[in-house]
Design a protein around this ligand. Structure first.
Ligand SMILES: O=C(CO)[C@H](O)[C@H](O)COP(=O)(O)O
Length: 233
């Protein structure tokens, strides 16, 4: 079973369980979310579901438009029924590292506006402790003028920070909000909640990719074609 099949299994199952008629649906980013949007489109066509979709960024907006779904924003729909998103790593307590696609700030805003945050992922992403699988570090979105002081401060917290650079661009990744992303390797993270609080207290840090206690249910497509789900206790 290919990784792509695992992503599809997770994406379809999440949409089938959680997307219902007349909902406002938040759409995250990454390579698993497109399978969710594909399934949403099928169900809109087959069942006549009436949905409004709120994107987390450029990629999600384009997905919504490409599938002919109704696009809106938080100004018109500040209350989301369900946000569906991917994750880079999921620990035993359903804490997440997100932001592999650089959309951590908008994704956290959508999640904070949603009654439910549903995560879809393939079998690589599940671990006991954050940092066991995702070796690129915690994405930290930083105001450009603060990038050097922020990097110095995260080093004092025990992190190894690297400014994220783009492919096919002679310069750093710039987020949809005009900020930079610093990926900070903390090794295995024993206390993600405390780390998130320490990071967000640094002036110049806008948001981190640590999602603590936000996910309600995760759908993890398995290598054998099965599905593993975990519900928040
Ligand atoms: O947080 C994200 C983007 O900012 C993605 O959801 C995360 O990187 C997972 O992506 P994929 O489904 O490709 O593994």
């Amino acid at each position: 079973m290919e990784e792509q099949d695992a992503k599809r299994i997770a994406g379809y199952a999440a949409v089938d369980e959680f997307v219902k008629n007349n909902q406002v649906v938040g759409i995250g980013a990454g390579s698993t979310v497109p399978f969710c949007v594909e399934r949403i489109k099928q169900r809109v066509d087959e069942e006549g579901l009436s949905l409004v979709c709120i994107p987390s960024g450029y990629q999600a907006k384009q997905l919504i438009l490409d599938h002919g779904l109704i696009l809106s924003d938080l100004s018109q729909h500040p209350d989301i029924d369900v946000a569906i998103d991917g994750a880079d790593e999921i620990d035993k307590d359903l804490n997440l590292i997100k932001g592999g696609g650089g959309c951590q700030l908008q994704e956290k805003i959508l999640a904070s506006c949603a009654k439910l945050l549903i995560i879809v992922a393939d079998f690589h992403k599940e671990s006991q402790n954050l940092g066991e699988y995702w070796k690129r570090g915690v994405p930290v979105e930083v105001i450009p003028m603060a990038v050097v002081p922020v990097m110095n401060k995260v080093k004092k917290l025990g992190g190894n920070p690297v400014i994220r650079f783009g492919v096919m661009k002679a310069g750093p990744v710039v987020t949809d909000n005009g900020n930079l992303v610093v990926d900070v390797d903390f090794g295995i993270i024993q206390n993600p909640n405390e780390l998130n609080e320490q990071l967000t207290r640094i002036p110049g840090v806008v948001e981190t990719g640590l999602f603590i206690g936000m996910a309600d249910k995760v759908f993890i497509g398995q290598a054998d074609g099965g599905l593993h789900t975990i519900v928040r206790k």
